[in-house]
Design a protein around this ligand. Structure first.
Ligand SMILES: [Mn+2]
Length: 441
């Protein structure tokens, strides 16, 4: 499917010296060892091998030798798992010539080996054991060269990767259509979740993350599905299927239960849509950064909320002060690829250029991606407008930024909940393009 050997060669060019170790994911126990969470491959291991095996490692030796380290199944494992592919067959599929025993990796890993600090606790334990250090020391021994090399490579999507993301979005569209059709006053959010998942389960496709299906859109990561949907409620759905090769979609739509939105709901919806369109237009500007995209959306949202009587004052000053963060306390979007937040395990090197760092301003501090956009990047554009009672109370009590916020008007929206609209955008040589078949807003 992909040229894994070519990808490894390209990585070698970015990290010319030394041995490189890339670990696969492990089977993580849920409540006892034999009952594990659904296995999900580490995205970097998958990117360079295409293999879906647990407890394995890719070793790129400084002398050019490539070794796939694997855990051989026990003699009786076949009873439980059925026949599995041989190590040689797996290696051949990835274009790797040599196979090694994962149990003996400790004999080759040493200080100076290029690796990136694992996020998995079991792997942290294992790797620190091989190196003879405490797990807390792994960050300091982690290779910035490898991290930057992988980020540079994975950030620019090949045409085949874009096609995979689009296939994930196409399936996500079918999921959203099924969910939308199921929304009815009196139903539980979990019933909508069930409709949402159906098309993906039928295609044996995983979810990129646990979907959000909620009438409480103001809770950013609402993970329960227990509310009964009321007449006229807004139902926010943030979800994304995975493609056959593990690439993610990440789409949000907000639907109304009942015949149509109220005039006020329509106005707030239009404000979010205007912000999203302004953000997407900003991705098409040559040389724009995702910080520019963020501010373009914040300006549009501020203007629309001024029209609604919720905000006031000079738009530019208001945006610089971060007043809109009362309604939009998160960043405009992130990279998308094999991870929903692509490469988030590598930290801010993904979203911030060398020398740049995150703002400490509330709202802007949640901007995961700020750097200049380059052709091949796939990013999300996902503004929202939320009325979070606790946040409104906290800001109102301090009259915080009240030169820009009309608190007496905001008070009237206390029970509004929230709206978000999200699409996935490819940066091209000439501009940008919304990925996927088009999903009705
Ligand atoms: Mn997203």
């Amino acid at each position: 499917m992909f040229d894994y050997a070519g990808r490894r060669k390209a990585l070698r060019r970015r990290v010319p010296d030394g041995d490189i170790l890339i670990l696969s994911a492990t089977q993580v126990p849920r409540n006892y060892v034999a009952n594990t969470y659904t296995f999900h491959q580490d995205s970097t291991f998958r990117y360079y091998t295409g293999l879906d095996v647990a407890d394995a490692a890719l070793w790129l030796s400084g002398d050019g030798t490539e070794v796939l380290y694997l855990t051989a199944p026990g003699e009786d494992d076949v009873i439980w798992t059925g026949p599995v592919e041989s190590g040689e067959a797996l290696a051949a599929r990835a274009g790797i010539e040599r196979v090694g025993d994962y149990g003996r990796l400790g004999e080759v890993v040493r200080a100076g080996t290029h690796f990136v600090e694992p996020y998995d606790y079991g792997l942290r334990e294992r790797l620190s054991g091989w190196l003879g250090v405490r797990p807390e020391a792994l960050g300091g021994l982690s290779s910035a060269a490898l991290r930057r090399g992988v980020i540079a490579q994975r950030s620019c999507k090949e045409a085949g990767e874009v096609a995979e993301i689009e296939s994930a979005i196409a399936l996500t569209r079918r999921m959203l259509c099924a969910a939308r059709a199921a929304i009815e006053p009196g139903r539980l959010e979990s019933e909508i979740l069930s409709a949402l998942l159906g098309p993906a389960i039928a295609k044996e496709r995983a979810q990129a993350f646990d979907p959000i299906v909620t009438t409480h859109g103001e809770t950013m990561h609402c993970e329960s599905y227990g509310h009964v949907i009321g007449e006229g409620d807004l139902v926010l759905i943030d979800c994304g299927a995975e493609s056959a090769h593990g690439y993610c979609a990440d789409i949000t739509r907000t639907y109304c239960a009942g015949d149509s939105m109220s005039p006020v709901q329509r106005e707030v919806y239009a404000a979010v849509l205007a912000a999203q369109r302004a953000g997407i237009a900003a991705t098409a500007v040559r040389g724009a950064s995702q910080r520019d995209v963020h501010f373009a959306a914040c300006r549009a949202l501020t203007e629309a909320l001024q029209g609604l009587g919720l905000m006031r004052g000079d738009v530019e000053e208001s945006v610089q002060a971060g007043a809109h963060a009362l309604f939009l306390p998160h960043g405009i979007g992130h990279m998308l690829g094999l991870d929903a937040h692509d490469m988030e395990n590598y930290g801010d090197d993904v979203g911030y250029a060398p020398g740049e760092s995150r703002s400490t301003q509330f709202g802007l501090n949640a901007l995961r991606l700020a750097r200049r956009l380059e052709p091949g990047f796939v990013v999300t554009v996902e503004p929202g407008c939320y009325f979070i009672p606790e946040l409104i109370d906290r800001w109102a009590a301090k009259k915080y930024l009240d030169a820009f916020i009309c608190y007496s008007e905001v008070e009237k929206f206390r029970g509004f909940h929230g709206i978000r609209i999200e699409d996935d955008v490819l940066i091209t040589e000439t501009g940008s393009r919304i990925l996927g078949p088009g999903i009705e807003t």
